[in-house]
Design a protein around this ligand. Structure first.
Ligand code: FES
Length: 146
């Protein structure tokens, strides 16, 4: 049975930095801004902690989309963690393209803790984009040939 994109509810993992994106998510909640429940937040001390393996593992575990949300460039509390994360996301996107998973399922965003509306907007944006792409091929295949 094929799942149609209208009925499809994607699983999206958002790796959020404690200082900015997580603060923005918190603010979005305080402002009672609606954003899709499809987005599951993983809080990190800084996006510089994101390893390519975490990103790939999220897909392997069935995520249809993944994004990393860190502080605005120049405002990382650990100097350049968000710049390192940006480079890792770019590399992981290429790997996803190479294995046929579509690198656009992975994105990087930057925001400050005061950008609650932006957090909600990004969550909606990613959810709509992944809905349009459909389920991850890894989600359909429960047995991976390695
Ligand atoms: Fe937020 Fe580094 S502390 S990205």
């Amino acid at each position: 049975m094929n799942e149609t994109n209208e009925k499809f509810e994607p699983e999206i993992v958002a790796f959020c930095c404690h200082y900015c994106a997580y603060g923005a998510a918190d603010l979005a909640g305080s402002m009672r801004l609606n954003y899709p429940a499809n987005v599951k937040i993983v809080k990190l001390p800084c996006t510089g902690k994101v390893d390519i393996l975490y990103l790939l593992k999220a897909f392997e575990d069935g995520a249809d989309g993944v994004y990393v949300a860190g502080c605005l460039e120049g405002n990382c509390h650990f100097t350049d963690g968000n710049i390192k994360a940006k480079r890792r996301v770019a590399r992981a996107k290429k790997l996803l393209d190479e294995i046929g998973l579509d690198g656009t399922r992975l994105e990087m965003y930057n925001m400050s803790a005061s950008m609650g509306p932006r957090f909600a907007e990004v969550a909606r944006e990613m959810t709509e984009k992944i809905k349009a792409l459909g389920p991850s091929p890894l989600r359909k295949n429960t047995t991976l040939a390695i």
